[in-house]
Write a protein that binds this ligand. Structure first.
Ligand code: GLA
Length: 396
């Protein structure tokens, strides 16, 4: 059974775009093992757009570009599988991929068979150049069926950017993940907008069919294909990675992991954060204090959905995990340091209950002891603090 937990892996697009070849893919496979990304949970190695020739062959088959992949795709699959990793590829529901390569519209069953012959384990299925009068939902259903008919278990990573309210039907048509947003770029506003746009839909994401809010840019520092705007700081990357973990969405790295700095490598392999992402109950985070907030009319106009409901730029989330554990997470969207105050009664623990939380700082590993009634924390600008917690009886 595929996608019982959010898939984890690496994809070529964010850093390399069209500059891909088999040497790069083999080296990334080596690194995923040597640097223990695989042990941390990252198992899919995904080749994105630009792997094919611009025309199909005389039999109508997709052809890997022989300059980029001289030994063909089965050889790539073999290399990846020998390392104990899984192999992901890319096609598109339109008539051409986003970068203008042949795509699977009206070729769904043949292409799925081809991917199965190459021993592909994961198919990202994009949405560019989709005919105006064609039926989006039906075409995604067609590829889903084609993969099921292919004779191989292939994870269907649908990527229609949330079109036609993807969260409402992708599970029904058999997708294992569904991209719900436009493309991520390697800057703070891009990833924040993406996360905020899906906060209300995360309750429709769960085992076997996860909302996919795009690939991580953690550790890229604007090197590569999605560099637009101001490069992220380490604090902003902490925000991005931990938000993706709280959301319980696929963790697909996009940085050049051959040359990533030690801090970012450590962040991407943070055991507590990954455990939060992979938690079996897959509950979306609860935004504390969201319900009672009244936003003045004048602010509503400028607010991006679903920011309209959010009072300010300080977020407190609580996420229920399995085994009676919780994460409490604070995000400061201001550029300057701020104190954030979390009254536990707002998350179902009134003072009169006698209960509090024992808390461990996830980034420093420090046990901060038991807090009762409230917790105040100072969070630097554009940064976050996360705590792993347990309920503790403190007495009445
Ligand atoms: C679209 C997708 C991206 C990437 C590119 C490739 O923009 O959303 O994730 O796959 O196409 O061309």
């Amino acid at each position: 059974m595929l996608a019982q937990k959010p898939p984890m892996g690496w994809n070529s697009w964010n850093t390399f775009g069209k500059e891909i070849d088999e040497d790069l893919i083999f080296r990334i496979a080596d690194i995923m093992i040597e640097k223990e990304y695989k042990n941390a949970g990252y198992e899919y190695l995904i080749i994105d757009d630009c792997w094919a020739l611009k025309t199909r062959d005389e039999y109508g088959n997709l052809v890997p570009d022989p300059q980029k992949f001289p030994h063909g795709m089965k050889a790539v699959a073999d290399y990846i599988h020998k390392k104990g990793l899984k192999f992901g590829m890319y096609s598109c529901a339109g008539v051409l991929t986003c970068a203008g390569y042949p795509s699977s519209y009206d070729h769904e069953f043949e292409d799925a068979k081809q991917f199965a012959e190459w021993e592909v384990d994961y198919l990202k299925y994009d949405y560019c150049n989709f005919p105006k009068n064609a039926d989006c939902i039906n075409r995604y259903h067609t590829m889903s069926m084609a993969l099921k008919a292919s004779g191989r278990e292939i994870l269907f990573a649908a990527c229609n950017w949330g079109s036609h309210d993807a969260w409402n039907w992708m599970r029904s048509i058999g997708a294992h993940t569904y991209r719900s947003t436009g493309d991520i770029f390697d800057n703070f506003h891009s990833f924040m907008n993406i996360f905020q746009s899906q906060m209300e839909h995360l309750s429709q994401s769960g085992p076997y069919c996860f909302n996919d809010i795009d690939m991580l840019t953690v550790g890229m520092y604007n090197k590569g294909n999605v560099a637009i705007g101001k490069p992220c700081t380490d604090g902003e990357y902490r925000m991005q990675f931990s938000l993706w973990c709280l959301a319980g969405v696929p963790l697909i790295m996009g940085a050049d992991i051959r040359h990533i700095n030690p801090e970012m490598e450590q962040l991407l392999k943070n055991k507590d954060l990954i455990a939060i992402n992979q938690d079996i109950e897959c509950r979306p985070p609860y935004l504390v204090g969201n319900r009672s907030v009244v936003v003045p009319e004048k602010d509503k106009e400028n607010a991006v959905e679903p920011l309209r409901k959010i009072k300010n730029k300080l977020y407190t989330f609580i996420k229920h995990l399995s085994n009676n554990e919780f994460v409490i997470a604070y995000y400061n969207l201001f550029e300057e340091e701020r104190d954030i105050n979390f009254i536990f009664a707002d998350a179902g623990i009134p003072y009169s209950s006698g209960y509090g939380f024992s808390m461990k700082d996830i980034f420093s590993g420090e046990e901060i002891g038991v807090k009762r009634d409230y917790h105040i924390v100072t969070v630097p600008g554009h940064d976050c603090k996360l705590y792993k917690c347990r309920l503790v009886y403190c007495g009445k």
